[in-house]
Design a protein around this ligand. Structure first.
Ligand SMILES: Cc1ncc(C[n+]2csc(CCOP(=O)(O)OP(=O)(O)O)c2C)c(N)n1
Ligand SMILES: [Mg+2]
Length: 739
């Protein structure tokens, strides 16, 4: 373990002539302060390593070698004004922004009052809302797109300041619980390691930042290794600066990141570029990694001694100490004094942290969802407005699910200026002059559900994104963290997978992992499902159970127009992230059309609908299986007199256990039907719960009807054989009724 020592031979006394000298704009006092942060950072690492060996903390991740670049960033940027998406090596940055060593030790011991996460996250996973240090996670690089979205959020509020005002609504929505702050020239800082620049999300973020000329500073802290993989195996040509140099409107810096003054100067130039609105900044800092990757790694297994010695000669802490002595900024006595003060502070902080109480086990479910708004509550239970009868006495026109989703989006956008809509092809036309000159009508989504919205609300609020699903969700997450309400679209469920990391490890978990420090209530609309005769493998998939398996994410799946309108409004106004699944086959189906239920119509989450009452058999389903099950239920009643109670769940997380239990207790027979593949599907969970909790009420086994365990094929004969059909449902109902 390399510890930091003062070399007494180098000690000089203060040089009077240099007293007023500034170094790239930094005064001597500021440089002493910078050194104090660097030294503190290194010594916290050393203390944590000791505590880990004594089994008093459970993990350690060091920032050693990265202190100078971190402190430089901290001095050039403003806490509580700019926004920070750091990574685990940014201890010195956090100290420079105002985080206290005590807070860091609290995370190490997993204390209840750890301000970053309340004992939920490993140490070095920073989260300090007041300083604008946004909760970070462990997947390398998943913070980068969010930093871009954060910058977009700041710009949006600067251009639409009225959107930040919390109205006095008749109905309390998520806005009441989001403090929006924006400056107009704030910067989003994001850092990553050299290895992490291989992640696709890094490139999506660079592209998005350049396209938007956004004030984001990307800082690549290049220590030459990603665990054991050296940079020349990681980055083509061995230098990330060369690879990114073609991105337009960036200010680029490649700097010795072990030199705090050169690093500060690089940051200052990038900051000026960003604050002036000229585009993003990119700082490539060459740093060192004097300790192994983590305590679980031993770098001697893959790094030769000579190489490690070369690194040690560039150690930023030792180097800065030598600089202080050489410049006469501090003499040996001064250095000793500073180090003693730091040691005393750390000792006190460790002593205190070791006494901190752990969190209570009962607290584990706190902040999975918003503690402020419950979308399953009666506040979201409003009545549809009766439509006006046409003056000519004609029938009230019934609208499709597609129509009512568009109408709901339009009314919500009128009501709430924080809503922005983006995704692939969702805009009417990116070349605005065509719209202005009325040369084109506009597209508005491949299914046309957002048609006309860009025209009506402007290109700031409805716009096309690059073809990059992780970027859609990651940027939306950053925007929502700032207080916007992004309602984004994933064009086909089959293509949601690039966004999976953002959905599973970020969007859904941000509130919980930050102990309610941050939240990001995004709505993701997704076109899902088959029965398309020709949709084939990549336009017909279901897979909702993959998402209902994620704590923190609401999942909704309406089967008809009115439910889609009511549930989408609840999704938009609530304070949780929502996956809103829209079945493509139902968009324009004759089944389930309805008049528009009005601009305040809402349905609470987790409330099923009994589509067809009955006493003999319960069928539990949702989505496009609802009309198919209804057809089968009507047939079996006609032919056999069996009365089926058909339940449309409408919302999959939360789901309506009470309605299921009441029905099964009455009918004693139950069929669970779903369009997804049978095994490990959504119905498996429902069946298991029924078997567990309603065993005494059952007169027959719990049966399932679902897709075969294969992909959906193109040829309609095959598609019919794969997906559950009305006749499959009919036969299963008959079998169960006779059991
Ligand atoms: C997506 C993902 N893949 C793998 C890992 C495991 N992992 C943690 S750190 C790391 C190396 C990161 O290297 P680099 O980006 O250069 O940062 P450094 O640790 O060198 O500062 C790896 C592979 C992870 N956390 N996330
Ligand atoms: Mg590295």
């Amino acid at each position: 373990m390399a510890t930091t020592k003062t070399d007494p031979k180098l000690a000089l006394t203060a040089n009077g002539a240099k007293k007023n000298k500034v170094y790239e704009g930094l005064t001597r006092e500021q440089i002493i302060q910078a050194y104090r942060f660097m030294y503190t950072s290194r010594r916290i690492d050393d203390r944590e390593i000791l505590l880990k060996r004594q089994q008093k903390i459970y993990f350690q991740m060091s920032g050693a070698g990265h202190e100078a670049i971190g402190v430089a960033a901290g001095l050039a940027l403003k806490p509580g004004y700019d926004w920070f998406y750091p990574y685990y090596r940014d201890r010195a940055l956090c100290l420079a922004l105002g985080v206290k060593p005590y807070d860091m030790f609290l995370q190490g011991v997993g204390a209840a009052n750890d301000p970053s996460s309340g004992g939920r996250q490993m140490p070095s996973h920073w989260s300090y809302p007041e300083l604008h240090i946004v909760t970070q996670s462990s997947p390398t690089g998943s913070q980068i797109l969010q930093a871009v979205g954060c910058a977009e959020g700041g710009r949006y509020f600067a251009r639409h300041p009225k959107a930040a005002v919390v109205p006095e609504p008749k109905f309390a929505d998520y806005r009441q619980f989001k403090n929006v702050s924006f400056q107009g020239d704030e910067i989003s800082y994001v850092s990553l390691g050299d290895g992490t620049s291989s992640e696709g999300e890094f490139w999506e973020a660079m592209n998005a930042a350049a396209l938007g000329k956004l004030p984001v500073i990307f800082c690549v802290e290049d220590n030459g290794y990603a665990i054991s993989v050296p940079v020349e195996v990681q980055t083509a040509g061995g230098n990330i600066s060369r690879l990114v140099s073609g991105f337009p409107d960036f200010h680029f810096e490649e700097v010795d990141g072990t030199d705090p003054i050169a690093s500060y100067a690089a940051f200052e130039r990038a900051v000026r570029h960003c604050r002036a609105g000229r585009g993003p900044g990119f700082i490539h800092a060459h740093v060192t990694r004097p300790y192994s990757h983590s305590l679980s790694d031993d770098e001697r297994l893959y790094r030769a001694d000579a190489e490690r010695e070369r690194d040690a000669a560039r150690d930023p802490v030792t180097r800065t100490q030598m600089f202080l002595l050489r410049e006469g900024i501090l003499d040996e006595k001064g250095i000793n004094q500073l180090e003693k003060e730091v040691e005393a502070e750390l000792q006190a902080a460790v002593d205190l942290a070791l006494e901190a109480l752990p969190p209570a086990p009962e607290s584990i479910t706190k902040y999975v969802y918003s503690p402020d708004i419950d979308p399953a509550s009666s506040a979201f239970d409003t009545q549809p407005v009766a439509p006006e009868v046409p003056a000519d006495g004609k029938k009230i026109p019934a609208k499709t699910m597609a129509d009512l989703i568009t109408a709901t989006l339009r009314d919500e956008m009128k009501r709430d200026e924080r809503i922005v809509i983006f995704g692939e092809d969702v805009g009417d036309c990116s070349r605005e002059e065509y719209l202005k000159r009325k040369l084109v009508k506009g597209k508005g989504g491949v299914f046309k559900l957002t048609f006309g919205l860009q025209n009506e609300f402007g290109s700031d609020r409805v716009f096309n994104s690059p073809l990059a699903e992780a970027a859609i969700v990651g940027r939306a997450t950053g925007m929502a963290t700032r207080g916007l309400k992004p309602v984004v679209e994933i064009q086909f469920f089959d293509y949601i997978w690039p966004a999976m990391m953002q959905i599973r490890d970020e969007l859904s978990v941000i509130r919980w992992r930050s102990n309610n420090g941050f939240s990001c209530p995004v709505v993701i609309r997704v076109a899902i499902g088959g029965y398309l005769t020709g949709g084939a493998i990549y336009h017909s998939q279901c897979g909702e159970s993959v998402f209902t398996h994620i704590p923190g994410l609401r999942v909704v799946f309406p089967s008809n127009a009115q439910d889609a309108a009511g549930l989408l409004r609840t999704a938009i106004r609530c304070d949780d992230p929502v996956l809103f699944l829209e079945h493509k086959r139902l968009y324009r189906e004759a089944f389930g059309r309805a008049p528009y239920p009005g601009p305040d119509y809402m349905i609470p989450f987790g409330k099923a609908k009994i589509v067809h009452p009955g006493e003999d058999l319960t069928v539990i389903t949702y989505g496009a299986v609802v009309p198919r099950a209804l057809q089968a239920a009507q047939k079996i009643e006609r032919e056999q007199g069996v009365k089926v109670e058909l339940i449309d769940l409408r919302c999959l997380n939360p789901f309506d256990w009470d309605t299921i239990a009441t029905s099964v207790r009455k009918t004693n027979r139950v069929l669970v039907a779903y369009e997804d593949t049978l095994s490990w599907g959504y119905g498996a969970e429902i069946s298991a719960r029924i078997a567990d909790q309603l065993f005494d009420s059952l007169d027959a086994p719990v049966r399932r009807v679902a897709a075969k365990d294969v992909f959906v094929a193109y040829q309609p004969i095959l598609e019919d054989a794969i997906l559950p059909q009305p006749n499959d449902l009919y036969l299963a109902m008959k079998d169960l009724a006779q059991y």
